[in-house]
Design a protein. Structure first.
Length: 133
């Protein structure tokens, strides 16, 4: 059975793991509600988690929404880095879909917080801009 999947990192169009999306149908670009934190996991891929209700300092995270078959999900899951998992994500329009998440306890204090960017591509491009200077 197909389901909707929000991706916000290397699975997005033009990025290294996009081929793992197989025949998934691109629905569009979306943002989460502003209740998430975004980390750079070893500067290879992003990790996102949702803050608890009442916690502040969350951001809206930019990503893409796809319709994914169960067979394609298996391919995506097999290609994901360790500790990423499929969980519920709330988009800024209130719609609840599946997304790729990262455990908070593995991010906080252990990885680089890039929440201020709210966007994996923007973060990666900022590093390239700094390297060019």
């Amino acid at each position: 059975m197909a389901f909707e999947l929000f991706v916000n990192g290397t699975l997005m169009r033009g990025l290294p793991l996009h081929g793992n999306m197989g025949d998934s149908e691109f629905i569009g670009e979306f943002r989460t509600e502003p209740q998430y934190c975004l980390y750079s996991i070893d500067d290879i891929h992003p990790g996102m988690y949702r803050l608890e209700d009442g916690e502040e300092d969350g951001v809206a995270v930019v990503g893409e929404l796809y319709r994914v078959s169960d067979d394609t999900w298996k391919q995506i899951e097999d290609g994901e880095p360790p500790n990423l998992y499929r969980g519920r994500v709330i988009l800024e329009n209130g719609r609840e879909v599946f997304g790729i998440l990262y455990p908070r306890e593995l991010a906080e204090g252990k990885q680089l917080d890039i929440s201020e960017y709210g966007d994996w591509r923007l973060y990666v491009n900022s590093k390239m801009d700094k390297a060019a200077v």
